[in-house]
Design a protein around this ligand. Structure first.
Ligand SMILES: Nc1ccn([C@@H]2O[C@H](COP(=O)(O)OP(=O)(O)OP(=O)(O)O)[C@@H](O)[C@H]2O)c(=O)n1
Ligand SMILES: O=C(CO)[C@H](O)[C@H](O)COP(=O)(O)O
Length: 457
């Protein structure tokens, strides 16, 4: 059911996007550098993630929320962004009936814990309403419901907090961005009718937040007799009118329903550019690129304790650091150094002297035991520094290839680099900078084609 990496056209991400968009890749709250610490709210917050669409505009058969980015469906990244926020209680994912099993599989495979899947409707509004109904009145009067498109994976806790607290205070709140293009109205013959003054308008994005009472009333269908109390944030609700079938069929804006049917003027909050919605096929490649950036921020170098290993690691730290990846250097993973196993990041294992594939095997076993490759593939680079070895060059290359097959089964991408030591300072420097370049490229690009290759530096 998954779309291969090759299905997705490679494309660099928009330069307007920040290098570190706050994509949360660790499982637990508080583990990311970009996670604001200590946020909490004193009211219940639940989330509805509409994921019941078909993704027609991507042109792919698989709905975009189930397309695979680095071996993991897009929806799992979005779920994780909410699941790791400690003050969010539950997440309702709304999926089309025929994708229910697929969603259950995602929840089990990626060990999501706060998630419940419910069936969607034929339009986004119908799906959202099904999600709100699934939350039920048990949410209580004081509860806040955050609605967020399942196909906007890069949302951070800071913005969720602003949206939730503003929704609590004002009844509704939504994220906005400045418009990129001017909006114009056309005549039915295809001529310009008029254009809007761009500076006065904003693009409405997600997340949006509502008190449970406001979102429930906003979606009350005409003919429904259920009544709700008027919340304090209300201003002049449209006299007695209720959401119509036409709203459910053609509407694109929940904030509009809150205004029209509850008289609630949503508080608007500017969000980061990474809030954008994956809509076209190229957006999947851009999302993958952002995830790769986030995954390539750090690596741990294990030197084996030798002086030459430490010297290489020191030189690499500078060169790779300049290319954007922070390196932590440790002699081994014993005692205190085992903390590296718990951290986000990749691994560079430096071997000096004869090839010892058992060292690599031991590292792979430790990474598997630490569950390090559960959510996304991990990069391990074996840098081998020796001229004299009982294994020939082809023997070493075969060893890397064999090890990489075993690693692949554990969701680990293993690459080899052969460094030829030299007493000539200039040659040595050139080799080290080649190792740095190769390391950066391998960590950043995670090329499947180079897995198991022994590259020469
Ligand atoms: N009947 C629907 C239609 C859409 N959505 C969800 O609403 C979000 C935003 O909608 P959109 O980007 O339009 O998604 P699709 O409808 O899937 O895309 P397209 O319009 O290209 O078919 C998506 O997470 C989508 O899965 C939904 O839950 N139920
Ligand atoms: O921008 C939005 C704010 O409400 C929605 O995400 C959008 O309307 C839903 O996507 P689409 O219109 O593409 O179905």
């Amino acid at each position: 059911m998954e779309v291969n990496d090759t299905d997705v056209r490679r494309e660099r991400c928009d330069p307007d996007r920040p290098a570190h968009p706050g994509v949360f890749l660790t499982r637990e709250a508080g583990k990311s550098d970009h996670q604001p610490a200590g946020l909490s709210v004193d009211f219940p917050v639940s989330v509805v993630l509409p994921a019941g669409g078909t993704g027609e505009r991507t042109g792919l058969r698989t709905p975009k929320q189930f397309c695979s980015l680095l071996g993991r469906p897009l929806i799992s990244y979005t779920v994780q962004a909410f699941e790791r926020v400690s003050w969010i209680q539950s997440v309702v994912v709304v999926v089309a009936e025929e994708n229910m099993d697929l969603m259950t599989d995602v929840v089990q495979r990626f060990r999501h814990t706060k998630v419940r899947a419910v069936p969607g409707g034929s339009t986004r509004h119908r799906s959202i309403w099904n999600g709100v109904l699934a939350l039920g009145e048990g949410e209580g009067e004081g509860a806040v419901v955050i609605v967020h498109d399942a196909v906007r994976p890069f949302v951070d806790e800071d913005l969720l907090y602003k949206i939730a607290t503003a929704a609590k205070e004002h009844g509704a709140a939504g994220a906005i961005r400045p418009l990129v293009s001017t909006v114009i109205a056309t005549t039915s013959e295809g001529y310009l009718d008029h254009s809007l003054e761009r500076a006065k308008y904003r693009a409405s994005e997600m997340p949006q937040g509502f008190t449970y009472d406001v979102i429930s009333r906003a979606y009350q269908r005409r003919g429904s007799t259920q009544s709700f109390t008027i919340c304090p944030a209300d201003r002049s609700p449209t006299s007695g009118s209720k959401c119509s079938e036409s709203d459910f069929e053609f509407g694109t804006e929940c904030l509009h329903l809150a205004l029209q049917y509850c008289g609630t003027n949503a508080k608007l909050i500017q969000g980061p550019p990474t809030l954008w919605k994956v809509t076209y096929k190229r957006d999947l490649a851009a999302a993958e690129s952002i995830i790769k950036d986030a995954l390539s921020r750090s690596a741990c170098v294990i030197t084996g304790g030798s002086a030459s290993g430490a010297a290489l690691a020191g030189a690499l730290r500078e060169a790779v650091g300049a290319l954007g990846t922070e390196l932590e250097v440790v002699p081994d993973l014993r005692g205190e150094n085992a903390r590296c196993l718990a951290k986000e990041g990749n691994f560079i294992l430096v071997s000096v002297g004869p090839s010892r594939p058992s060292e690599v095997e031991a590292l792979l076993t430790e990474l598997e035991a630490a569950n390090r490759a559960l959510l996304h593939p991990l990069v391990v680079i074996w840098v081998h520094m020796s001229d004299s070895d009982e294994l020939s060059v082809s023997g070493r290359a075969a060893a890397v290839m064999d090890l990489s097959s075993a690693a692949k089964l554990r969701n680990i991408l293993l690459y080899g680099i052969q460094l030829h030591p030299s007493k000539d300072a200039e040659r040595w420097e050139r080799s080290v900078s080649r190792v740095a370049e190769l390391t950066s490229v391998l960590i950043r690009d995670r090329s499947p084609a180079l897995v198991g290759q022994l590259l020469q530096a």
